[in-house]
Write a protein that binds this ligand. Structure first.
Ligand code: OGA
Ligand code: NI
Length: 343
């Protein structure tokens, strides 16, 4: 096991190893505390009860939020508060266990269905980021559950319940988005949402948050991500050329659109550039990601393209996109370039 890959496991860092120091032009600029939060969009799903929701008003709110900010936070989304607390608890416990308990899941192959990794180095980048992660597939739950971590003891049960509930929530949001785009009602229901992964991010405290980053600027590769970020700050989005801090609200999920939704909507909807800054306290987040199946063919929906608005992207398989993403994630323009139809 290369030691530099295990740099966070069980260590308390007094100093930042040089390979983790972010080049000056990519360092977070303002780290003034207390953090100043912008007013960012909040969408109320009325407890998830179908009848209570005014669909067209909600669709309008979602589209406005995406247009202005590229993301939104959900309140009353029907995911029980106790479940969110339990999910956060088992996630934190996982990263508090002794290193040995995680080592058997350590793996550098991004295609493994269950894996622990650390301090990612994206290709073409020398820098390591101040983050450990556990990522695994979770749909259908029965197919993957036996591969998930067996410790903490409650992990499998809690994450299984959460995976099913968040999947239903994500599909409901996709339904609303589908309706807003004028696509056929089941557009996202098959292969386009077949794969689901959970990504548990653990950001250890940084000895100097001005020199490290939890995650660099990126757009998620998948369709849609539902993030449970607990109550600690660290998540930032790029808005009008400025990084803004997003206030962590208790019992909410944060929704970001990924590259696939942007492409399917032919750029009517945009994936949002975001990053994670380091802080001096440990922070754990849980990202549930809906992806197409690997061999699913993705392309701009026929309903959003015509002679006036021709398709801006060619068809490709999600596998092709992921392979390309892994080599270009650092540059959000480059990520979609191989799939663009040039005017
Ligand atoms: C991600 C991500 C944000 C966070 O996992 O893609 O952007 O706050 N996470 O952990
Ligand atoms: Ni992300």
């Amino acid at each position: 096991m290369p030691m530099e890959k295990l740099v966070f496991y069980g260590f308390k860092h007094q100093q930042i190893p040089p390979s983790f120091i972010i080049p000056p032009e990519k360092r977070p600029q303002k780290l003034d505390l207390p953090v100043v939060y912008h007013n960012t969009p909040i969408i109320d799903l009325k407890g998830g009860a179908e009848g209570a929701l005014d669909r067209s008003a909600t669709i309008q709110q979602i589209f406005k939020a995406i247009e202005e900010f590229g993301f939104f936070q959900l309140v009353n989304d029907g995911i029980p508060e106790e479940l969110m607390e339990e999910v956060m608890e088992v996630s934190k416990e996982f990263f508090e266990m002794p290193v040995e308990d995680r080592l058997s899941l350590y793996c550098e192959d991004p295609m493994q269905p269950v894996r622990v990794s650390s301090s990612i180095v994206y290709e073409n980048e020398e820098v390591h980021y101040w983050r450990d992660k556990l990522r695994h597939l979770c749909h259908p739950v029965e197919e993957f559950k036996h591969l998930w971590p067996s410790k903490p003891t409650k992990y499998r049960e809690v994450i299984a319940t959460y995976s099913v509930k968040v999947r239903a929530l994500a599909l409901k949001l996709l339904d609303l988005i589908c309706e807003g785009l004028g696509l056929q009602p089941d557009y996202f229901n098959g292969e386009l949402s077949q794969m689901q992964s959970i990504l548990i991010n653990h950001y250890p405290p940084s000895p100097d948050p001005s020199l490290t980053l939890g995650l660099p600027k990126h757009i998620d590769p998948n369709v849609i991500t539902i993030l449970h970020q607990g109550d600690l700050y660290g998540f930032q989005v790029l808005k009008d050329g400025e990084w803004i801090d997003v206030k962590p609200l208790p019992n909410t999920h944060l929704v970001v659109l990924g590259h696939q939704l942007q492409i399917i909507s032919n750029d009517k909807l945009k994936g949002v550039e975001h990053r994670v800054v380091s802080t001096n306290v440990p922070r754990t987040t849980i990202a549930m990601q809906i992806h197409p199946s690997m061999d699913c063919v993705v392309e701009p929906a026929k309903e959003v393209t015509d002679d006036v608005n021709p398709a801006k992207y060619r068809s490709f398989t999600y596998q092709e996109f992921v392979d390309s993403y892994l080599t270009s994630v650092i540059d959000t323009q480059k990520t979609t370039k191989p799939f663009k139809i040039l005017a």
